[in-house]
Design a protein around this ligand. Structure first.
Ligand code: NAD
Length: 472
C-alpha cells in the first residue's frame, strides 16, 4: 500500500459515511455512533533476556450502547492507535449485524510474536491484562477480549488466570475473556468459528440465483475455485470447511513468505499438516510455488478470501483481481481506493463486519455458557434422545416395520454442545445475510453489500441509543 493511501480507521469512517448518508437518522446521533468512546494507550516495561523493553499496547472501546464491550486482542508489530480504533468500530457494527448484544472493542500489543519465547509472551500478556484491570478495561460485564491476529486460546488462558488472581471470588470471572481452551471454560467450536462462519456466509450468498446470474456465476459452492490469503486460524478453517463441506476447489494459498498454486485443487488437510510440521506452506509438495508471492491476486478463481490483515487489496493490485466475489474474512482487507475499482468492475464484496462475525457469535455463546456455569446440551440431550427412541418404537409398532440399528442411532441422537454451537452459528449467519440482502435489494440507492450491512447495523445501534433515552 502506498504511503498516501487512506488509513484503516479513515476507510471505516468513509464506508460508514457512505451508508449513513442513505439513512434518515439525525446528524448528532450518527456522529455518536461513528465516534470511538474510550481509547486507552499504555506503555509498560517487560524484562526480555537481560534488558527491559517498553511495550506499546492499546484497548479501545468504540461503543457502550450495549455492555459488555467485546473484541479481540491482536499481536502484531503493525498495531497502532488507528488500527485498533478501526477494528473496535467494526466490532460494534459486526455485533449489531449478528444480533450479539455487545458494544464494540478491540485490543492490540505492538509486538511480532515470532520474536519472543513462550515465556516472554506469557509475561507480556499478563502485564497487559494487569494494565486493563487497573483501568477497568476488562471484566465479564465491562469488556471481554478474545483472540485475533497473532493470539489464540493459550493467550486467553493467561488472561483468564491473571484476571482471576485479582478478582477476589467474583462468581462470573471466567466470562472475562472468550476463546479460552476447552478445559478452561472454553466452548467447543470456537477455534473454527470464524472460518466456519465465513463458509456459511459465502454459501448463503451463492444460494441466490438472481445475484449469481448478475455475476455470471451458477449457484452453489460446489467446484467454485477459491484463493485464500493468510493460512492462519481464519484462512485455514475457511479453506478446510469450504473444501470438505462445500465441495469448493482451493486453487491458491498466499502466506507472508510465499504463494502456492494448483489449478486442480490443493489438499487442505495435507497442507495444514505440512504447515504444522514445517512452519511454512512454501515447501508443500502438492502445489507450485509462484515466483512472485504478490501474484496471489491474479490467480484465476471465482472467489477470493483475504484472511490475513487489512489493506492487502489496494489501488496497486485491485485491477489484477479475476474473482467475481471477494469474501472479507480478514478485517479491512480492501482499501477505500481499491473498493471503488472493484465495485466499478462489478465484483461483489461480502463485507468483513458480516462475513467474519462467526468468531464473535460463538464467543457470545461461550460467554453465555460461562454465566450459566453449564455446558450447552447438558439438560436436554438425554431427554430428546429418549423421546426420539420412543417415537421410533411407536412407529415400528404401528407399521410393523423396523428401522435398522445404524439409522436408529443417527435419528435418535440428542444434540451435543458442538452440534448446538454449529447450528446456532449457521442460523445466525443465514438470518443476518437475509437481513442485509433485503436492504440491498429493497433500497435502490444502496449499490453494494457493505453499505447494506452498515445501514442494517446503524439502524439497530440508533434504535438502542433512542431507547436508552440518550437521543430523543
Ligand atoms: P492468525 O494470526 O491466526 O493468521 C494470520 C495469517 O496471515 C498468518 O498465518 C500469517 O502468517 C498470515 N499473513 C500475515 N501477513 C501476510 C501477508 N502479507 N500475506 C499472506 N499472509 C499473511 O490470525 P487470524 O486470527 O486468522 O486473523 C486473520 C484476520 O481475520 C485478521 O484480520 C483478524 O482481525 C480477522 N478475524 C479473526 C477472528 C478470529 O476469531 N481469530 C475473528 C474475526 C476476524
Amino acid at each position: 500500500m502506498s504511503n498516501n493511501a487512506t488509513s484503516f480507521f479513515k476507510t471505516v469512517q468513509i464506508n460508514f459515511d457512505k451508508a449513513a448518508a442513505l439513512t434518515e437518522w439525525p446528524k448528532g446521533l450518527l456522529l455518536q455512533i461513528k465516534a470511538c468512546n474510550s481509547v486507552y494507550q499504555m506503555q509498560f516495561p517487560v524484562k526480555i533476556n537481560d534488558e527491559y523493553q517498553v511495550i506499546e499496547a492499546y484497548r479501545v472501546q468504540h461503543s457502550q450502547h450495549r455492555q459488555p464491550t467485546k473484541g479481540g486482542i491482536r499481536y502484531s508489530n503493525m498495531v497502532d492507535q488507528d488500527e485498533v480504533m478501526a477494528l473496535a468500530s467494526l466490532m460494534t457494527f459486526k455485533c449489531a449485524i449478528v444480533d450479539v448484544p455487545f458494544g464494540g472493542a478491540k485490543g492490540g500489543i505492538k509486538i511480532n510474536p515470532r520474536d519472543y519465547t513462550e515465556d516472554q509472551l506469557q509475561r507480556i500478556t499478563r502485564r497487559y491484562t494487569v494494565e486493563l484491570i487497573k483501568k477497568g478495561f476488562i471484566g465479564p460485564s465491562v469488556d471481554v477480549p478474545a483472540p485475533d491476529y497473532g493470539t489464540g486460546s493459550r493467550e486467553m488462558a493467561w488472561i483468564l488466570d491473571t484476571y482471576q488472581t485479582f478478582s477476589k471470588g467474583e462468581i462470573d470471572a471466567v466470562g472475562c475473556v472468550t476463546g479460552k481452551p476447552l478445559n478452561q471454560n472454553g466452548i467447543r467450536g470456537r477455534t473454527e468459528a470464524t472460518g466456519r462462519g465465513v463458509y456459511y456466509g459465502i454459501r448463503e450468498c451463492l444460494n441466490y440465483p438472481d445475484d449469481m446470474k448478475e455475476l455470471g456465476l451458477t449457484t452453489g459452492m460446489s467446484n467454485k475455485r477459491i484463493v485464500v490469503q493468510g493460512f492462519g486460524n481464519v484462512g485455514s478453517y475457511s479453506a478446510l470447511i469450504s473444501q470438505n463441506e462445500g465441495g469448493a476447489t482451493i486453487v491458491g494459498i498466499a502466506e507472508y513468505d510465499g504463494t502456492i498454486h494448483n489449478s486442480d485443487g490443493i489438499d487442505i488437510p495435507a497442507l495444514i499438516h505440512h504447515k504444522q510440521q514445517n512452519c511454512t506452506i512454501t515447501t508443500f509438495p502438492g502445489a507450485t510455488l509462484l515466483k512472485d508471492k504478490d501474484d496471489w491476486v491474479s490467480i484465476d478463481c471465482e472467489i477470493m478470501i483475504p484472511a490475513a490483515l487489512e489493506n492487502q487489496i489496494h489501488q496497486g493490485n485491485a485491477g489484477r483481481i479475476k474473482a467475481k466475489i471477494i469474501a472479507e474474512a480478514a478485517n479491512g482487507p480492501i482499501t477505500a481506493e481499491a473498493e471503488q475499482i472493484l465495485l466499478d468492475k462489478g465484483v461483489m464484496i461480502l463485507p468483513d463486519m458480516y462475513l467474519n462475525a462467526g468468531g464473535v457469535t460463538v464467543s457470545y455463546f461461550e460467554w453465555l455458557k460461562n454465566l450459566s456455569h453449564m455446558r450447552f446440551g447438558r439438560m436436554e440431550k438425554r431427554f430428546n434422545q429418549n423421546t426420539y427412541v420412543n417415537i421410533i418404537s411407536t412407529v415400528e409398532d404401528l407399521t410393523g416395520k423396523s428401522v435398522n440399528a445404524e439409522e436408529k442411532i443417527l435419528i435418535t441422537r440428542g444434540a451435543d454442545e458442538i452440534d448446538l454451537v454449529r447450528s446456532g452459528l449457521e442460523e445466525t449467519m443465514v438470518t443476518a445475510y437475509g437481513n442485509i440482502r433485503d436492504v440491498y435489494r429493497s433500497r435502490p440507492l444502496v449499490k453494494d453489500i457493505r453499505s447494506a450491512a452498515f445501514i442494517n447495523s446503524i439502524d439497530k445501534v440508533a434504535n438502542d441509543y433512542i431507547s436508552l433515552g440518550v437521543f430523543p
